[in-house]
Design a protein. Sequence first.
Length: 145
Amino acid sequence: MFIRDAVPSDEPAWRGLWAAYVAFYQAEVAEAVTAKTWERLIHKQDGLMCRVAESDGAVCGFSLSVLHAGTWTLAPVCYLEDLFVAPERRGKGIGEALIRDLISTAQSQGWSRLYWHTRTSNAAARSVYDRFTVADDFVRYRLFF
């Protein structure tokens, strides 16, 4: 298993994983948004980036991140917005490897921090995330327009 930047030929595999990820969160994402997201990920536009985990010649997981400026630091901040591993490939260290990949990149590129969130009920993901750091006590508020 290795982790690399997504390339255009990964689109079908990514779309399959993306659809499963969106379904996991019982959400809907319009096709136009999915298409634009893929375009921005591949061209690394708007600070977006996609890393994929590949094993046995197949893409089996991804991390989608946003690199952005921060108001409390001079160095960039990375938000790990989405992380997903194919259900049949879970328990093999792929999610952990995707996070370690981002940590390594953060350290080599001089980013100031890496952060992410998940649902409190997502015990499987939290068991991985807790290996890296403890959850903080912030509460999230959202408005949709």
